[in-house]
Design a protein around this ligand. Structure first.
Ligand SMILES: [Zn+2]
Length: 409
């Protein structure tokens, strides 16, 4: 086992306190800290002790020992997942991720077109899908998945904005995935002159709705106002009218499968995803936006917020967030240093690579070979070839997340 130091991504939407507090560093941090990556992604691999070398270098030196033969046979000589702690102070871009088939096709197409891998206009930086599971550490806010059309129709009616009438007609006349596709496509490609009239009208309508003290869609419309202020004239503001407004309490999760349109708004969370960079953006960002490509991958089938929540199964102190993704499985483990309320320790004997990310307190890992302490904000790498470990809380309360590659049934 190896202690891991995460790689900090200083995106502008990041928090100056959340990740610093997690690591026990002074706050506010000098720069926004958006994401803390624990993985072997070539873009920013974690640093592995004791030599302080990249985890990517560790794995590349001996994939069979580090990942195990089963994992190598299935995914090649690379860690198939990436774990992150993310801390959003401001909304992230409106985005979706491709399916495996779309990623393979898009990657080959952009290669054939001679677009450099690191070009800003590149959509497909690898040939992998990028399913994402996010589990809240604090209260966490997001937009995800198209809302049931009947509810969206109700929202648009209650807004009482005359400029919305033709669009309300589109979705009311076809209250299903086809209607959602037609309306979203119209809005995301709306000529600037129309957009410049429609977005302010919608924002005025939202202000009036909230001013009347109406509550049913208050959270949705506050988000629309927030996005309108941050990204004036961006069609993503209109898209927010169509998406589920998700609120997660700590420990609750949502799973974004291929084609799910989403935007994280605020809060801290742990995220696990297939080790890919394939993001198609639709707005709410200064980064590259490719609407035509986004429209190709979007899934317009309406979902309810509860449809996005993974099933959680409990195994002793371990809460497992079930998804059907072959690349990863994530769980949350809470241990009690006093052993009075919860188990004091847990043992792992699963084969394959594992990363444990400590998010509260500290844990101690003990195997026949060694003992290692991991504090909040750090992680540990367990190679396939490592002996089994017992993990014990070395603080009154210790919480960590565990990412593994599920064993095929
Ligand atoms: Zn995403």
């Amino acid at each position: 086992m190896r202690l891991l130091t995460g790689a900090i991504r200083p995106y502008a939407w990041g928090s100056r306190t959340a990740l610093a507090e997690l690591r026990g560093e002074p706050t506010p941090s000098p720069h926004p800290e958006a994401e803390l990556w624990f993985g072997a992604h070539p873009g920013d691999p974690a640093t592995a002790a004791p030599e302080n070398i990249s985890l990517l270098t560790v794995i590349d030196a001996d994939p069979d020992v580090q990942l195990g033969a089963v994992c190598v046979a299935e995914f090649g000589g690379r860690l198939p997942f990436l774990m992150k702690v993310l801390a959003a102070e401001e909304p992230l871009s409106l985005q979706a991720h491709p399916s495996s088939e779309q990623a393979r096709e898009g990657f080959a197409r952009e290669n054939a077109a001679g677009i450099a891998l690191n070009a800003p206009e590149r959509n497909y930086r690898d040939d992998s899908h990028k399913p994402e599971l996010v589990v809240a550490l604090t209260e966490f806010e997001a937009l995800a998945g198209f809302r049931e059309p009947a509810e969206t129709i109700e929202l648009l009616r209650l807004l009482q904005v005359a400029e919305l009438d033709p669009y309300l007609g589109m979705i009311a006349g076809e209250p299903d995935s086809q209607g959602l596709r037609a309306l979203f496509t119209t809005w995301i490609t709306l000529p600037e002159a129309l957009l410049a009239r429609l977005v302010p009208a919608v924002l005025d309508g939202a202000v009036a709705y909230l001013g009347r003290g109406e509550t049913r869609f208050a959270a949705e419309l506050k988000t629309v106002l927030q996005l309108g202020e941050a990204y004036p004239g961006d069609p993503g503001v209109l898209a927010a009218l169509l998406l589920n407004r998700i609120h997660l309490n700590p420990g609750q999760g949502i799973f974004m499968s291929a084609g799910n349109l989403h935007a994280y708004l605020s809060g801290s969370a742990v995220e696990i995803m297939a080790n890919s960079d394939n993001v198609l953006r639709g707005g709410l960002t200064p980064k590259h936006v490719d609407v035509a490509e986004l429209l190709k991958v979007l899934d317009f089938h309406p979902v309810r917020p509860e449809d996005l929540a993974p099933r959680v199964s409990e195994l002793g102190a371990e809460q497992i967030y079930e998804t059907s993704v072959p690349e990863f499985r994530m769980s949350r483990i809470e241990l009690d240093g006093t052993g009075m309320l919860r188990p004091e320790s847990i043992s792992f004997d699963m084969p394959g690579p594992q990363i444990l990310v400590c998010v509260q307190g500290a844990i101690e890992l003990r195997s026949t070979a060694e003992t290692l302490t991991v504090r909040s904000g750090a992680a540990v790498w367990l190679a396939d070839g490592d002996p089994d470990v017992v993990v014990r809380a070395s603080s009154a309360r210790a919480v960590f997340f565990r990412g593994i590659v599920p064993v095929p049934a």
